[in-house]
Design a protein around this ligand. Sequence first.
Ligand SMILES: NC(=O)c1ccc[n+]([C@@H]2O[C@H](COP(=O)([O-])OP(=O)(O)OC[C@H]3O[C@@H](n4cnc5c(N)ncnc54)[C@H](OP(=O)(O)O)[C@@H]3O)[C@@H](O)[C@H]2O)c1
Length: 343
Amino acid sequence: MSHTMVIFGASGDLTSRKLIPALYRLFQQGRLPTPTRIVGVARSPFTNEEWRNQLAVTTAKFAKHDFTPESWAAFAENVFYQSGDIATDEDFVQLKVLLDTLEANAKTTRVYYLSTMPQLYAPAIAQLGKAGLADDSAGERRVVIEKPFGTDLATSRSLNDSIHKVFREDQIYRIDHYLGKETVQNMMILRFGNTIFEPLWNRNYIDHVQITCAEEVAVGRRGGYYDKSGILRDMFQNHLFQLMMITAMETPVRFNADIVRDEKVKVLRAVRRFQGSDYSESCIRGQYTGYLKEEGVPADSQTETFAALKLLIDNWRWKGVPFYLRSGKALACRTTQIVIQFK
Ligand SMILES: NC(=O)c1ccc[n+]([C@@H]2O[C@H](COP(=O)([O-])OP(=O)(O)OC[C@H]3O[C@@H](n4cnc5c(N)ncnc54)[C@H](OP(=O)(O)O)[C@@H]3O)[C@@H](O)[C@H]2O)c1
């Protein structure tokens, strides 16, 4: 079986800073199945050689001491670039020609990674469908969607509907990098691989839970993007809620994606909704000094760069145990912590 990962947004920040270094490390560790090809797509007019050379520089910077010219040369043999615009039908026809040529009719799993602006997710998926690139008769087809997945319930539903016109639910990956972090992986092992904790993991023994994601960095050059999002959308509705769900969920009967998801959803459903004075008593929003002077931030912006919430989960395990969630930019230190405070 051969494999192809197609990255839309090939010339962007996420691709060079995270995706290619991660794939390169997997390659070095012998954990990328052979053959795996990586095909980058963006409008910038690179040749294969130009894109590889550019990635060599960025990967050397971001993969640091893991980088060696020899293993990079071996990795880069399977890296290709196709210039294309998501708005142009013909570019998807060309992409299909390239993929068919590279794969030479071998049964191939393809992953389409949308590492591009959120407003391009739905158009890119529609184009994949139109060009026949979602057809999975010659191998599995999957799509990875970066955050943000919509900006509210209505836009998330609308994006979901657009994706489901082309891909089945089991082909869709809505990525959250946070869940790959060691803290999160350790949390699963600590809770579910460790019989000491399970009998203590409830309101009889736990006083409260604190989940903190603090960043030292300010918004930097991403002020324009950040100001439309704010910390509640950027960190809470995805990362912090995921950490809370993993901390609070019941033991899944099996560790498969659907069952773990179902257990997490039960936690979300049990979170007590804010009403009336809860907004002032259980929620703090703040902005760091100097935020209004950041590039791309309007001088009268009300966007929050810090927030703290006190949430209550109304089920037998957690009734009366507050979960304190907090996150902010430009804070005194950088940390991701889950503190379980026993009585
Ligand atoms: N950067 C991060 O650390 C990070 C972290 C988490 C999530 N994300 C998410 O990941 C996604 C990508 O972020 P990023 O920071 O990498 O963005 P970025 O640096 O702005 O990159 C956007 C990419 O999209 C391409 N593009 C733009 N318009 C296009 C079009 N019409 N057709 C084809 N390609 C087009 C751009 O290349 P051309 O101009 O050459 O076409 C570029 O490669 C975003 O949704 C972001 O929210 C990013």
